[in-house]
Design a protein. Structure first.
Length: 150
């Protein structure tokens, strides 16, 4: 073996062993400084704590309002009914044909018929739903169909 071919051995660095006596260099306070909350066991401070300053979520004003009585509808557009060769629709049939919008997780929410896509709508249909928009009802009835409220 020649001197120029000798490689340095891989260095294995061990984890610091804290609090194992003064001779180790990490005894007594074990790298935690002196007194205070962060030096105690279990003395962690939450990330949002601002040192006793009034926290951000309490400094900002309350905004907005959520109406707990608002009714959310599952919607069906008249344009979607053009793709199906049916003339009578009720909620169960609309669900079976996957025409009801799936935005809501609540499957018991009432169904509302809207007039979107109605410029191509030209079928005489009978629809039974919970609510109709004014335009949708007018378009259905002008074509000789029925818009029945359940």
């Amino acid at each position: 073996m020649k001197l120029h071919s000798i490689e340095r051995p891989e260095i294995k660095k061990h984890k610091k062993r804290l609090g194992k006596g003064e001779g180790t260099g990490q005894g007594k306070t074990a790298g935690r400084g002196q007194k205070g909350q962060k030096s105690r066991s279990g003395g962690n401070i939450p990330a949002w704590f601002e040192g006793g300053q009034m926290p951000l979520q309490r400094r900002l004003p309350k905004r907005g309002f959520t109406n707990i009585f608002k009714t959310y509808y599952r919607i069906v557009n008249l344009g979607a009914l053009m793709t199906v060769d049916e003339t009578e629709f009720d909620v169960a049939k609309l669900e079976k044909l996957n025409l009801i919008g799936s935005e809501l997780k609540n499957k018991k929410a009432p169904v509302k018929i809207l007039a979107r896509g109605s410029e191509k709508f030209d079928k005489k249909v009978t629809i039974k739903a919970h609510v109709f928009s004014k335009n949708a009802k007018k378009i259905i009835e002008d074509l000789g169909g029925k818009a029945e409220v359940i």
